[in-house]
Design a protein around this ligand. Structure first.
Ligand SMILES: [Ca+2]
Length: 325
């Protein structure tokens, strides 16, 4: 009886897997053929397309990651503990010193202070140590074919194919996250197109292995997204009296002098520096009982990189820690 059941399941299981696989393969090839026309009409060479897309099939892991329900939302305090460890601060300080001359040269060109470039590098990929091991083309093809955000991922895939076509990276080294974020600063292919820089002048915008290109590309992204040279991101503050909680809203902007009048102080209870009298928004990532921050223009620029207040606040705090005495 047991043997018979086992034999039966051994017989039926592979058939089931095979039929699912075949159905998917067929749909994938139908999508690929119509996408090929679209890519070619947007300037991708047929040889480049066929070489990059030959033999690829949907990556099941990418589909399951895309469908995964978000885990229980962390509080900002928990997120900050995960993202800004003392080890990450120490490593950021060491890398800031190690690359100081290059970073200052790049700052002179783009107007973005180096500690923010290092902080983004640290948070995105742990300073290049965790850049993602997925092949970019099949990962993006999977997401485009799966169809939840087809237009978005088809555009990203065309931009990815253009990166290969222009020779910035060899296909074997063309790696990223499961969702297509690439290299040491995790640019999507569309961000690569808009912001990546060949700082070394060798004709390749290499955000995978060439640090000057990585640093300049990050700086160029922030500069083109509205960074104000020399200004801070914001600062942690304290409230000396109760504020209307609805004032904690990124859409509400007041001069620092006005926040001071409303009772906002430095985190140590000192008067808020109001020179220069920057415009700022109050951010309370964990609500009125958690920590409070005043966010300046550059905070909103960091949010163009990643639209999360947790992310932007952590970049600012890590940047400050990297240059703290
Ligand atoms: Ca280069």
């Amino acid at each position: 009886m047991t043997k018979k059941l086992l034999r039966l399941s051994l017989f039926t299981l592979p058939l089931t897997i095979m039929s699912i696989g075949l159905a998917h393969a067929e749909e994938f090839s139908v999508w690929k053929n119509s996408f090929r026309q679209q890519a070619l009409s947007q300037g991708i060479n047929a040889q480049v397309f066929d070489a990059a897309m030959a033999g690829i099939s949907p990556i099941q892991k990418v589909i399951s990651l895309d469908k995964k329900q978000p885990e229980r939302k962390l509080t900002f305090a928990q997120y900050q503990n995960n993202v800004i460890s003392q080890a990450r601060i120490n490593q950021g300080r060491a890398l800031y010193r190690k690359h100081y001359a290059l970073l200052k040269e790049i700052e002179a060109k783009y107007g973005v202070q180096p500690q923010y470039v290092i902080a983004l590098w640290g948070i995105e990929t742990s300073y290049g140590n965790n850049t993602g091991g997925y092949d970019v083309v099949p990962a993006l093809a999977t997401l485009a074919w799966e169809g939840r955000r087809r237009d978005f991922f088809e555009d990203e895939l065309i931009n990815a194919l253009r990166i290969l076509q222009e020779g910035h990276i060899q296909q074997a080294d063309f790696k990223g996250s499961w969702a297509g974020a690439m290299g040491q600063n995790q640019f999507m292919p569309s961000s690569f197109k808009a912001y990546a820089v060949d700082y070394t002048g060798d004709g390749r915008r290499d955000i995978w292995t060439t640090l000057p290109d990585v640093f300049a590309s990050t700086s160029n992204y922030l500069a083109k997204s509205g960074w104000n040279a020399g200004e801070r991101w914001g600062r942690e503050v304290a409230l000396s009296r109760n504020l209307d909680p609805s004032l904690a809203d990124l859409k509400i902007t007041k001069p620092l002098s006005e926040w001071a009048r409303l009772g906002v102080t430095t985190r140590w209870g000192q008067p808020l520096p109001t020179e220069p009298n920057l415009s700022a928004s109050l951010v309370q990532p964990d609500g009125p009982n958690g920590s409070s921050y005043l966010a300046y223009n550059n905070y909103k620029t960091i949010m163009k990189w990643n639209r999360s207040t947790y992310f932007a606040t952590s970049v600012g705090i890590l940047a400050d820690a990297i240059v703290a005495q």
